[in-house]
Ligand binder design. Structure first.
Ligand SMILES: *[C@@H]1O[C@H](CO)[C@@H](O)[C@H](O)[C@H]1NC(C)=O
Ligand SMILES: *[C@@H]1O[C@H](CO)[C@@H](O)[C@H](O)[C@H]1NC(C)=O
Ligand SMILES: *[C@@H]1O[C@H](CO)[C@@H](O)[C@H](O)[C@H]1NC(C)=O
Ligand SMILES: *[C@@H]1O[C@H](CO)[C@@H](O)[C@H](O)[C@H]1NC(C)=O
Ligand SMILES: *[C@@H]1O[C@H](CO)[C@@H](O)[C@H](O)[C@H]1NC(C)=O
Ligand SMILES: *[C@@H]1O[C@H](CO)[C@@H](O)[C@H](O)[C@H]1NC(C)=O
Ligand SMILES: *[C@@H]1O[C@H](CO)[C@@H](O)[C@H](O)[C@H]1NC(C)=O
Ligand SMILES: *[C@@H]1O[C@H](CO)[C@@H](O)[C@H](O)[C@H]1NC(C)=O
Length: 348
C-alpha cells in the first residue's frame, strides 16, 4: 500500500478568521510554512511526524465517513499516534495539530483507495473452525476486469505479526476468491484483513476490515457422545469440543436433536437446548421403543448462538426389545419350551 498516501498541508494561522473555513488551496503562501511531515504506516496504523526542538504536539485525529472525526489529545513531546482498529478502505483523513514555535499548524494527510468503484473484492467473510483453521471467501468486484488478481493479508492486532494467505481458493479462471489457512489458534482476539488486487488493465481498490475472532468462530460438535438407557430413561454424556480460546461452561450452549432414525419429518425431531452449565450430562425419558432412535448434537457460544455443524448421529434404544430383562425372559421361555418339547418327545 506504498503509494496510496498523499499529503495536504493545511496551515491555520492564529487569525481566527482562517480557522475551519479555509482549505489549503486558498491559503496565502507568502511565508515558508513550517511542516510536520506527517506520514502514515498502514501496517502499524501508526501516524508519525517530525518533532523539532520547538514543536509541541496538541492533538491527532482521524476522520472517516462512517464515524466522523475522532481525535486524541497528545503529550507535548509525543510524535506519533496509533489507530489500532482503523479501517482504511473508506479513505480516511488524518490530522495532526502542533505548535511550531509561536504558530499553530494543522497538517492533514489523506489516505486514498485508488482504483475504480466496484473493483474491490466484495462480500468478504471469514470463518474459523476446528479451533485452528480459517476460511475466507469473497466475490470478484462487479467492475473488476476478468484479469484481476486478489491477495489476502492478515495482521494479528495483538502481536502485530502479519502473513499473506498461504493457500488461495481459485475460481474457474485464476482469480482468487478465497483463502484457507491453518494457525488461527495463534491469533489474538482480533485481526485486521486486507484484500487488495492488481490488474494489468485497471486500478483495483482494496477492501479491509477488522474482525473479532469470537464472532466468526464456529465450534466443532461435542466429542465422545455416549448414551446409556435403562427401561425408562436415557443418560447422554459428552466432552466439551475443542475451541480456539478457553470458554467456561456457562458460555457454552448445546443443542440436541433426538429423532427417529432416518426420519426427515420435523415431527419426528425433538430439539432440546442445553446450557453448558449442566456439566455435559442430560437425562431424558426414553422414547417408546417402536422405532430406532438417534441423537445428534451441536455447540455454540451461548451469547452468539452461531451453531457449528451437527455431530454424527448416535443410535440408541435400538434392539432394546431383545435386551435386558425382556431378552433374559425370552431366553428362559425359549429354553423352557425346548426342554418341554424334548421331554415330550423323549417320554413318548
Ligand atoms: C510508531 O512510530 C513511532 C516512531 O517511528 C515509534 O516510536 C512507535 O513505536 C510506533 N508505534 C507503533 C505502535 O508501531
Ligand atoms: C526554538 O526557539 C528558540 C526561541 O524562540 C529559537 O532561538 C531557536 O532557534 C528555535 N529552534 C529551532 C530549531 O527552530
Ligand atoms: C478528506 O479530505 C478531503 C479534502 O478536503 C475531502 O474531500 C474528503 O471528503 C475527506 N474525507 C473524509 C473521509 O472526510
Ligand atoms: C455481494 O454483496 C452485494 C452488495 O454489496 C450484493 O448485492 C450481492 O448480492 C452479494 N453477492 C453475493 C454472491 O452474496
Ligand atoms: C474450508 O476450506 C477448505 C478448503 O477449501 C474446505 O475443504 C473446507 O470444507 C472449508 N471448511 C468450511 C467450514 O468452510
Ligand atoms: C497488497 O498489500 C500488501 C501489504 O501491504 C503489499 O505487500 C502488496 O504489495 C499489496 N498488493 C498490491 C497488489 O497492491
Ligand atoms: C474421548 O474419549 C477418549 C477415551 O476416553 C479420550 O482419550 C479422548 O481424550 C476423549 N476426547 C476428548 C476430546 O475429550
Ligand atoms: C433409570 O435411569 C434414571 C436416570 O438415571 C433413574 O432415575 C431411574 O431410577 C432408572 N430407572 C430404573 C428402572 O433403573
Amino acid at each position: 500500500m506504498g503509494p496510496l498516501v498523499s499529503a495536504a498541508l493545511v496551515l491555520t494561522l492564529l487569525d481566527p478568521a482562517f480557522l475551519l473555513t479555509q482549505d489549503s488551496r486558498d491559503l496565502p503562501t507568502v511565508e515558508r510554512v513550517p511542516s510536520l511531515s506527517v506520514r502514515f504506516d498502514p501496517w502499524r496504523m501508526n501516524l508519525t511526524w517530525d518533532c523539532g526542538e520547538n514543536t509541541t504536539s496538541i492533538q491527532c485525529g482521524m476522520t472517516t465517513r462512517k464515524k466522523g472525526p475522532v481525535t486524541m489529545r497528545l503529550k507535548e513531546n509525543q510524535c506519533h499516534c496509533t489507530f489500532p482498529r482503523a479501517v482504511l478502505r473508506g479513505a480516511p483523513n488524518f490530522t495532526v495539530t502542533a505548535n511550531i514555535g509561536p504558530r499553530q499548524v494543522t497538517q492533514r494527510l489523506s489516505y486514498s483507495n485508488p482504483g475504480g468503484q466496484g473493483t474491490a473484492a466484495q462480500n468478504v467473510s471469514c470463518l474459523i473452525y476446528m479451533a485452528d483453521f480459517m476460511n475466507c471467501t469473497w466475490d470478484k468486484g462487479p467492475a473488476a476486469p476478468d484479469n484481476v488478481q486478489y491477495s489476502l493479508h492478515i495482521r494479528d492486532l495483538r502481536s502485530g505479526s502479519r502473513r499473506e494467505c498461504p493457500r488461495y481458493l481459485g475460481d474457474t479462471g485464476t482469480t482468487h476468491v478465497g483463502c484457507h489457512l491453518q494457525g488461527a489458534s495463534a491469533f489474538g482476539s482480533e485481526i485486521y484483513i486486507l484484500v487488495n488486487g492488481t490488474s494489468p488493465s485497471a486500478g483495483i481498490q482494496f477492501f479491509d476490515d477488522t474482525l473479532m475472532l469470537k464472532k466468526i468462530e464456529i465450534y466443532d460438535p461435542p466429542d465422545n457422545i455416549t448414551i446409556e438407557c435403562n427401561a425408562s430413561h436415557c443418560v447422554l454424556q459428552w466432552d466439551t469440543p475443542r475451541i480456539r480460546v478457553f470458554l467456561s461452561n456457562w458460555e457454552l450452549q448445546y443443542q440436541l436433536d433426538i429423532h427417529r432414525q432416518n426420519s426427515m419429518q420435523p415431527s419426528d425431531h425433538q430439539l432440546v437446548d442445553i446450557s453448558g452449565a449442566w456439566r455435559n450430562t442430560y437425562v431424558f425419558q426414553k422414547p417408546l421403543p417402536r422405532a430406532k432412535h438417534a441423537v445428534r448434537m451441536r455447540a455454540a457460544d451461548s451469547r452468539l448462538l452461531q451453531w457449528g455443524p451437527w455431530s454424527q448421529p448416535v443410535e440408541f434404544g435400538s434392539g432394546e426389545w431383545l435386551s435386558g430383562a425382556f431378552f433374559i425372559s425370552m431366553v428362559i421361555l425359549g429354553t423352557l419350551a425346548c426342554v418341554l418339547i424334548f421331554l415330550y418327545l423323549f417320554n413318548r
